[in-house]
Design a protein around this ligand. Structure first.
Ligand code: NAD
Length: 260
């Protein structure tokens, strides 16, 4: 039997992170969940994944704005699960607003959670990956890591930065069996997307239906949201040995958005 791989997925109490965690469990991996939410709901998700897939699933509530809590996430995952082979930097938030009205605290939070947290997990986990000569870092960027949209200055900045971090770390560890890649999804229907529909409607002066049809799916040639399970399956592939020559890449899963 091949040795079980262990993954830490940040922001995995909801949406894409939860989908990736579930796909990893289905693939037989052990997972450390992370993110915010109601403690009872998080525990029932943890237990459901562990029971359904017969694998080890733990939870750590590190706040991705806090460097010491992020270090503790990697330390506790290593202690409780034995090691960390895969890190998925997925936690993220959004705020939609013109740049000259953008609240400074929202800017700081988006840069910290959507970008800087990946630096902290990376620096904490790389020593053990180097020691074993195997590792996978998967950064959830976005189509907004490659192209911009108005009113998302902090998010677009953080996601472009995430691609810079991905490329740089990939080059630093390329000879050590560690790959570092970014997934760039288009619109995936998750709570993060649902929350920005009313704000985008207000910022653009259009209805919520028009936001979905014209703003979100208007630029996505398939005219369909990307499925959470599709992103999960893609992450499983990137975490496999079959993907060992894919590194430093910004990989779109966006229904053709950035092909335009
Ligand atoms: P979501 O709101 O469903 O989930 C976000 C997760 O991050 C939750 O588990 C939440 O608790 C966690 N989180 C938020 N702040 C945190 C903090 N300070 N510390 C720890 N955890 C925190 O969002 P989602 O749509 O699943 O997004 C996940 C990632 O995918 C984000 O990085 C997002 O930018 C990216 N993404 C999403 C889409 C989309 O259309 N949904 C598209 C491209 C990229």
């Amino acid at each position: 039997m091949p040795e079980q791989k262990i993954a830490v997925v940040t922001g995995s109490t909801s949406g894409i992170g939860l989908g990736i965690a579930e796909a990893f469990c289905q693939a037989g991996m052990g997972v450390m969940l992370n993110g915010f939410g109601d403690p009872d709901e998080i525990e029932s998700q943890r237990a459901r994944l562990a029971d359904t897939y017969g694998t080890v699933v733990e939870y750590h509530g590190a706040d991705m704005t806090k460097a010491d809590e992020i270090s503790d996430l990697i330390a506790q995952a290593t202690k409780k699960l034995g090691k960390v082979d895969v890190v998925v930097n997925n936690a993220g938030i959004q705020h939609v607003c013109p740049v000259d009205e953008f609240p400074v605290d929202k800017w700081d939070a988006i840069i910290a959670i959507n970008m800087t947290s990946a630096f902290h997990t990376t620096r904490a986990v790389l020593p053990q990956m180097k020691e074993r000569g195997w590792g996978r870092i998967i950064n959830l960027a976005s189509a907004h890591g490659l192209v911009a949209s108005p009113f998302k200055s902090a998010y677009v900045t953080a996601k472009h930065g995430m691609l810079g971090l991905t490329k740089t770390v990939a080059l630093e560890v390329a000879e050590q069996g560690i790959t570092v890649n970014a997934i760039c999804p288009g619109y995936v229907r998750t709570p993060l997307v649902d929350k920005q529909i009313p704000d985008t409607a207000a910022a653009r002066g259009i209805t919520e239906d028009e936001v979905i049809r014209d703003v979100m799916l208007g630029g996505q040639p398939t005219k369909k949201f990307v499925g959470v399970e599709e992103v999960g399956a893609f992450a499983v592939f990137l975490a496999s040995d079959a993907a060992s020559s894919i590194t430093g890449a910004s990989l779109s899963i966006d229904g053709g958005w950035v092909a335009q």
